[in-house]
Design a protein around this ligand. Structure first.
Ligand SMILES: Nc1nc2c(c(=O)[nH]1)N[C@H]1C(S)=C(S)[C@@H](COP(=O)(O)OP(=O)(O)OC[C@H]3O[C@@H](n4cnc5c(=O)[nH]c(N)nc54)[C@H](O)[C@@H]3O)O[C@H]1N2
Ligand SMILES: Nc1nc2c(c(=O)[nH]1)N[C@H]1C(S)=C(S)[C@@H](COP(=O)(O)OP(=O)(O)OC[C@H]3O[C@@H](n4cnc5c(=O)[nH]c(N)nc54)[C@H](O)[C@@H]3O)O[C@H]1N2
Ligand SMILES: [Mo]
Length: 763
C-alpha cells in the first residue's frame, strides 16, 4: 500500500531563478574557482587540497565522477581532475553526518518532503539503520542483526527470483564480482544495474555489429584522428577531461563535428584549466555544429551516408574503404539496397538542419579516413536508440574506420566503474560461458534463466512478483522513470536495503521494512584483517587499474562494499562452498578468483600493481570481428524514428545540469547554460514560447502523452533557449515522473528519457 505521506518527487517550489548570459567558453579559471568553493564548503580547504592532489594519480584513488580514462603516460601537473570531479569528491568527503541521532529528530516522511539537493546536503550515513514495519523513524541496528535480517527475508521467499539486486556503477571490481557470485549462488540472475538506463543501447548495438559491447578506441587514438564526431553528449559538464583529448585532436590537425540539439558550451569553446597559460584564452573545439532535432540522428546519418554514396558512385573507392568492406564485413548489400530506398527530401525535415550544412559534414567525412564517433545519453535513451548506434557503426564501417589507429567507436561511459561492473558479471543476461566458468571455479549450479533489468524489476515489484530489493549504491527511486509508479513498486516490497554512502530519496521511499547499510567511499582507506586494501576499476576504454583510499573513514562503523557483500552472503547462503569471511580479509584472494573465471585477467594481482594498470582484450580494437554471428563486422538496416508530433506537442529530453551528478545535486546552478539557482525550468525555442502565448519565465505545467495515458509535472519556468523548434529540455530527476514505464528502447529496454512527448500549458 502506498503511503501518502511519503513524497517520491521533489517539491514543486521555486528557489529564486537568476538568468545570466550563456558563457562563450567552458572551464578555465572559473572552473578552478568553483572546485575550490565546493571543496572548502564541504570538506575544508586544507584537507580538500590534499585530496585533490590524489585524484587519478597513479597511486591515488579513481575519481568517482566519470569513466573517462587517465593518460597512460603523463599526468597533469595540477592533478588529473576536473571541476566536477572535485565536486564529486567534496560531496563524498563532506563534513556533514547523518548519525543515529539525526534520525531521532527527523522522520522519514518529513525528510521525503525535501528536495534531492536538501536531502543530499544532510551528509554521509555513519551507522547501519533499520526502519521497522509501520515506523516512520529509522533506528540504529548492529551489523550482525542487519545481515541476519536480510538472510531471513531472502530465505523466506518462495523463489530466489522474488529478490532484486540492483547495482549503480561506482562499485569496485572486487565488490561487484562477489556480489554477482552471491546473487547467483542464491539462485537468480536478477541483477539490474544503472547501465540498463544508460549505455545498454550501446552494448546491444555494438555486440551485434562488432562482437564487443564496449568501445574500441584508446585515449591515444584522439591524437591520431582526422575527424572526431561528438553526438548526443555534453562533455563540458559530464566528461570535462574529454575536452583535453579533443584539444589534442585539434592540435594534431584533426577536426571536430558536433551533433546536438543544444550548442553545449564546453564543446564549442574550451579553456584548459590544467594549463594556466590557457585559463583566460579559449580554444575553439567544434569546427562544424549540426543542431539536430531531438531523435533526428538516424535521419541525419542516413542523409550523410546517401551523400557519401553519391560521391562514391562518382569515383569508386574514393570515399568507401572497399577492401575493408569486402574482407571484414557482412550484410553490405542489404544495407546498401535499403539505403537507396531512402530519400534526402523525406529525411531532411526530421533533422531540422539545412542540407548545405549536412553536405559540409559529408564532405569532411568523405575526405578523412580516420574517424572516431563519440556518443552518450543523447543517443542511447530513445525508443530507437539501438538503431542510432547501429547507424554510427554503418558509417564507420563504410570508412573502414575501426580497428586502426585514430579511428573507432567511443561510447563515453557514465559512472566510474559501470563498465567494470558489467565485466565482473553484473548483468541480468549473463553469457553461458561466463556461468560455466563460475560453476567450475565455485562448484555450484548457476541459474540460467535471464533475470530482470531495471524496467522489468520495477514492473515485477509493482505486480508483487518481487518482494525484496537490495541496492548496491545508487538512488533507484530518483534515477528510474515513472516516479509515482516506481514509488508504488518499491513500497510493495517486504524489505528494501540500500548500501550507500549518502542519504538519498531511495532510503525514504521504502518497503515494509528498510535497511541502510553505510559503506566506505572511494576516497577512504579500506583496512581489513591483512592490512590496507586497494580496489580496482575499469575505465571507459577498458583499462583496469587500482584505486587507493587516502582519508581515514568518517565513522568506525563503516564497512567496505566487499565486506558488506560477504556479510550478507554468509548470513544467507546455507551450503555455499565459498569461504566468504576469508575472501574479504585480503582482496588479492578475490582478484585470484576473478583471474580464474574471467578472460583477460591473467596475472591480475601482478598487472594491477603496474603503474597505470593494464588494457583488457578488445577484439574490435584488434580488427577482429569473429565473436559476431557472421564472424565479421555487420552492417545493419535501420529505420528513421517513427515518432510524429501533433502540432501542439513537443519533444522533451531530460538532461543534467552542470551542478549535479545524476540524482546527487551539488548545487542549483547550470552555469554553462546561464541558468542559476533554479532546477524547475523548461528550455524552449523562442518561437514556440510566442506560439503558446507565453513570455520568458512564465510558469507552465507539463503533461506527457503515451498510448492514451497522461502524466503530470507542474510548475516549471519557461526559458527561451537556442534549441530547435518543437524540442524542449528539462532536468532529471524533476521530470522523471513524465517518463512512462512502458516507453523504452527497442531491444535494450532502456527508458526513453530523451523522447518524452509533452504538451505545455500556462499554469
Ligand atoms: N558532472 C557530471 N558528470 C557526469 C554525470 C553527471 O550527472 N554529472 N553523469 C554521468 C553519467 S552516469 C552519464 S551516463 C554521463 C552522461 O553524459 P551525457 O550524455 O553528456 O549527459 P546528458 O545530460 O544526459 O546529456 C545528453 C546530451 O545529449 C543531447 N541530446 C539529447 N537528445 C539528443 C538527440 O536526440 N540527439 C542528439 N544528437 N543529442 C541529443 C543533449 O542536448 C545533451 O547535450 O555523464 C557522467 N558524468
Ligand atoms: N530522466 C532521466 N533519468 C535518468 C537519466 C537521464 O538522463 N534522464 N540517466 C540515467 C543514467 S545514465 C544513470 S547511470 C542512472 C543513475 O542511477 P544511479 O546510479 O542509481 O544514481 P546515482 O544518482 O548515481 O546514485 C547516487 C547515490 O549513490 C550512492 N553512492 C555514491 N557513491 C557510492 C559508493 O561509492 N558506494 C555506494 N554503495 N554508494 C554510493 C549515494 O548514496 C548516492 O546518493 O540514472 C538514469 N536516469
Ligand atoms: Mo549513466
Amino acid at each position: 500500500m502506498k503511503n501518502k505521506n511519503l513524497k517520491a518527487q521533489p517539491p514543486e517550489e521555486f528557489t529564486g531563478i537568476q538568468l545570466t548570459e550563456v558563457p562563450k567558453t567552458a572551464a578555465g579559471f572559473k572552473a578552478i574557482k568553483s572546485s575550490l568553493k565546493h571543496i572548502t564548503e564541504e570538506v575544508g580547504l586544507a584537507k580538500g587540497i590534499g585530496l585533490l592532489t590524489k585524484i587519478n594519480q597513479k597511486e591515488g584513488f579513481d575519481c568517482p565522477g566519470c569513466a573517462w580514462p587517465d593518460p597512460d603516460e603523463k599526468r597533469a601537473f595540477l592533478a588529473e581532475y576536473c571541476e566536477n570531479g572535485a565536486k564529486a569528491i567534496a560531496e563524498e568527503a563532506t563534513k556533514n553526518r547523518v548519525s543515529p541521532m539525526f534520525f531521532t529528530t527527523h522522520s522519514v516522511s518529513e525528510l521525503s518532503k525535501l528536495s534531492d539537493y536538501e536531502i543530499g546536503k544532510k551528509g554521509r550515513i555513519t551507522h547501519p539503520m533499520l526502519l521497522k514495519e509501520g515506523s516512520d523513524q529509522y533506528e540504529e541496528i548492529s551489523w550482525n542483526d542487519a545481515f541476519s535480517l536480510i538472510g531471513k527475508e531472502l530465505n523466506a521467499l518462495s523463489s530466489p527470483d522474488e529478490a532484486i539486486f540492483y547495482t549503480s556503477g561506482r562499485t569496485s571490481n572486487e565488490a561487484a564480482f562477489l556480489y554477482q557470485l552471491f546473487v547467483r549462488q542464491f539462485g537468480t540472475n536478477n541483477l539490474p544495474d544503472c547501465s540498463n538506463m544508460c549505455h545498454e543501447s550501446s552494448g546491444s548495438a555494438l555486440s551485434e555489429t562488432l562482437g564487443i559491447g564496449k568501445g574500441s578506441v584508446t585515449l591515444d587514438d584522439f591524437n591520431h584522428a582526422d575527424l572526431v564526431i561528438v553526438m548526443g553528449q555534453n562533455p563540458g559538464t559530464n566528461h570535462p577531461r574529454m575536452l583535453s583529448a579533443l584539444k589534442d585532436t585539434k592540435k594534431n590537425g584533426g577536426k571536430i563535428i558536433t551533433i546536438n540539439p543544444l550548442p553545449e558550451v564546453g564543446l564549442m569553446n574550451f579553456k584548459d584549466p590544467q594549463n594556466p597559460i590557457n585559463w583566460f584564452k579559449g580554444d575553439k573545439l567544434t569546427d562544424l555544429f549540426l543542431q539536430v532535432k531531438i531523435n533526428g540522428d538516424v535521419a541525419l546519418l542516413k542523409i550523410i551516408m546517401l551523400l557519401l554514396l553519391e560521391k562514391e558512385k562518382q569515383e569508386k573507392g574514393s570515399v568507401f574503404d572497399l577492401e575493408f568492406i569486402k574482407n571484414k564485413t557482412a550484410n553490405f548489400d542489404e544495407f546498401l539496397a535499403d539505403l537507396e530506398t531512402e530519400s534526402i527530401e523525406k529525411l531532411l525535415p526530421q533533422t531540422g538542419i539545412e542540407l548545405e550544412t549536412i553536405k559540409t559534414a559529408a564532405d569532411m567525412i568523405a575526405k578523412n579516413k580516420k574517424v572516431i564517433v563519440c556518443w552518450a545519453m543523447g543517443l542511447t535513451q530513445h525508443k530507437n536508440a539501438v538503431d542510432n548506434i547501429r547507424e554510427i557503426v554503418n558509417l564507420l564501417l563504410l570508412k573502414g574506420s575501426i580497428g586502426k589507429k585514430g579511428a573507432g567507436t567511443c561510447p563515453v561511459r557514465g559512472h566510474s566503474n559501470v563498465q567494470g561492473d558489467r565485466t565482473m558479471g553484473i548483468w541480468e543476461k549473463p553469457k553461458d560461458s561466463f556461468l560455466d566458468n563460475l560453476e567450475k571455479e565455485f562448484n555450484f549450479k548457476a541459474p540460467r534463466k535471464h533475470g530482470y533489468d531495471v524496467v522489468d524489476a520495477i514492473e515485477a515489484m509493482h505486480e508483487k512478483k518481487a518482494k525484496v530489493f537490495i541496492g548496491m549504491g545508487g538512488n533507484f527511486i530518483s534515477a528510474t522513470p515513472d516516479t509515482e509508479f516506481t514509488s508504488e513498486a518499491l513500497q510493495n516490497c517486504d524489505l528494501t536495503v540500500h548500501i550507500s554512502t549518502k542519504l538519498n530519496r531511495s532510503h525514504l521511499i521504502h518497503g515494509k521494512k528498510a535497511l541502510i547499510l553505510p559503506c566506505l567511499g572511494r576516497s577512504e582507506k579500506d583496512i581489513q584483517e591483512s592490512g590496507e586494501q586497494f580496489v580496482s576499476v575499469e575505465n571507459s576504454m577498458g583499462v583496469v587499474h587500482q584505486s587507493h583510499g587516502h582519508l581515514a573513514p568518517l565513522s568506525s562503523e563503516l564497512k567496505s562494499e566487499t565486506a558488506i557483500v560477504c556479510g550478507i552472503a554468509d548470513n544467507t547462503l546455507k551450503d555455499s562452498k565459498v569461504k566468504w569471511n576469508d575472501l574479504k580479509t585480503n582482496y588479492d584472494f578475490i582478484r585470484d578468483k576473478i583471474e580464474n573465471t574471467i578472460p583477460g585477467f591473467e596475472n591480475y594481482n601482478k598487472r594491477v600493481r603496474q603503474k597505470g594498470g593494464f588494457y583488457l582484450p578488445n577484439n574490435a580494437r584488434d580488427n577482429n570481428f569473429s565473436p559476431t554471428k557472421t564472424g565479421k563486422a555487420n552492417f545493419t538496416v535501420n529505420k528513421p524514428s517513427e515518432i510524429k508530433l501533433n502540432e501542439n506537442e513537443f519533444m522533451m529530453m531530460t538532461i543534467r545540469t552542470h551542478d549535479q551528478y545524476n540524482t546527487t545535486i551539488y548545487g542549483l546552478n547550470d552555469r554553462y547554460r546561464g541558468i542559476l539557482n533554479e532546477r524547475r525550468v523548461i528550455l524552449m525555442n523562442e518561437n514556440d514560447i510566442k506560439k503558446l502565448d507565453l513570455k520568458k519565465l512564465d510558469v507552465v505545467n507539463l503533461t506527457s502523452h503515451f498510448k492514451g495515458e497522461e502524466r503530470y509535472a507542474n510548475k516549471f519556468l519557461a526559458i527561451p533557449y537556442d534549441i530547435p523548434e518543437q524540442c524542449t529540455a528539462t532536468y532529471f530527476p524533476e521530470t522523471n515522473v513524465l517518463v512512462p514505464i512502458k516507453s523504452k528502447a527497442d531491444i535494450s529496454n532502456t527508458p526513453a528519457s530523451k523522447t518524452v512527448i509533452i504538451t505545455i500549458n500556462k499554469a
